[in-house]
Design a protein around this ligand. Structure first.
Ligand code: HPA
Length: 257
């Protein structure tokens, strides 16, 4: 069973056949909202809206630890994150969908580990490749089957938000090698790794980042909304194909259909 975390513009999965909703409790507090169990074109998935169903939780206030813990407890074999981002790299234009392969973390003050507290040994995870290579390939194959074009690879710069960046901040991210900028990629990816959950991201480019292209003077929030609603239908088709393949992921209790 595939876990899906939906970001801005994807608080609900269109056409998800909901079988049940479950309010999960975790030792780390409450997830952003109830988990929605259902079938996407007949394939089992668990969906969680990262910002809550009413989009009320800002990126720095999300309980990432509870969200990943709840999905792990639900028995998912992997998690696909859908993340709305600004585009920095030349190919990362509004409407593009990118399967990022690297992260640079610019956030601060977020609860970024499960290994804390007086009785916990300090634990370092390997994070050389922050995204699961197999799950990334599954997404790329899923898109190919669905006839959708994805960009394979890109560096996701995770900023603190909730404000968007200045043009100078984006120039700095560009110098650092970032292709994309978003606010929720970390610590989500690192927590998934701590739990040994395969994790990958579908980044939906909603706008040119600050100071770039048609965002040279300002970022149009209205235009962002329009790009996102057009792209989410494509995301859904890719997720559905990925869920089909995810049914045969190792550790998955549900038999292939
Ligand atoms: N910056 C950060 N996060 C974002 C952006 C952006 O330009 N667009 C969508 N999410």
């Amino acid at each position: 069973m595939l876990g899906i975390i939906g970001g801005t513009g994807l608080a609900k999965l269109a056409d998800l056949e909901v079988t049940r909703r479950e309010i999960a409790r975790t030792p780390w507090g409450d997830p952003s909202c109830a988990l929605t169990f259902g079938r996407l074109d007949g394939r089992p998935v668990v969906f969680l809206a990262r910002h809550g169903y009413g989009h009320t939780i800002a990126p720095h206030d999300i309980n990432y630890r509870a969200n990943l813990w709840a999905l792990r407890d639900a028995g998912v074999a992997g998690v696909v994150s859908v993340a709305t981002v600004g585009g920095i790299g030349e190919r990362c234009v509004p409407g593009a969908i990118v399967v990022a392969d690297q992260i640079i973390d610019y956030t601060h003050g977020r609860q970024g580990t499960y290994f804390e507290g007086p009785d916990q040994p300090v634990t370092h995870i390997d994070f050389t490749e922050p995204y699961d290579p197999d799950l990334r390939q599954r997404l790329l194959r899923a898109a190919q089957r669905a006839g959708e074009t994805l960009i394979d690879g890109g560096v996701y710069g995770c900023t603190q938000g909730p404000r968007l960046e200045t043009a100078a901040e984006i120039r700095r991210l560009q110098r650092d090698g970032c292709d994309l900028v978003g606010m929720t990629g970390m610590p989500e990816a690192a927590l998934a790794r701590e739990l040994d959950l395969p994790y990958a991201v579908l980044c939906v480019v909603a706008n040119h980042a600050a100071g770039i292209g048609d965002s040279a003077q300002r970022i149009s929030l209205d235009a962002m909304g329009e790009v996102l609603s057009a792209a989410m239908g494509r995301v859904r088709v890719i997720l559905s194909e990925a869920a089909r393949e995810a049914e045969s992921m190792p550790g998955d209790p549900s038999p292939p259909v």
